[in-house]
Design a protein around this ligand. Structure first.
Ligand code: ZN
Length: 81
């Protein structure tokens, strides 16, 4: 955990604000809440983003394979020789 203000790692836990962990920076005295904690914070967008990424990746691979197939015949003799 780094300080959001000065990026220092000298951060200590400073109680809770509601359900979220509160942190205190030992260098800058900056107090901040851990908004990135996955604790009790199910993130459906994260899964959706990953799914979208996989879909796009699969589409890219399909396109790449398509082009490879398309160029396979003229390129192959060149690669072998
Ligand atoms: Zn700080």
């Amino acid at each position: 955990m780094n300080c959001l203000d000065c990026q220092s790692t000298h951060v200590s836990q400073n109680g809770h604000r509601g359900a979220k962990q509160n942190y205190l920076c030992g260098d800058s005295g900056h107090q901040f809440i851990d908004s990135y904690s996955p604790k009790g914070y199910p993130d459906p967008l994260k899964g959706k983003g990953l799914k979208l990424y996989v879909t796009v990746l699969a589409a890219s691979i399909n396109l790449l394979l398509h082009y490879l197939k398309f160029w396979e015949i003229p390129l192959l003799p060149h690669i072998i020789s």
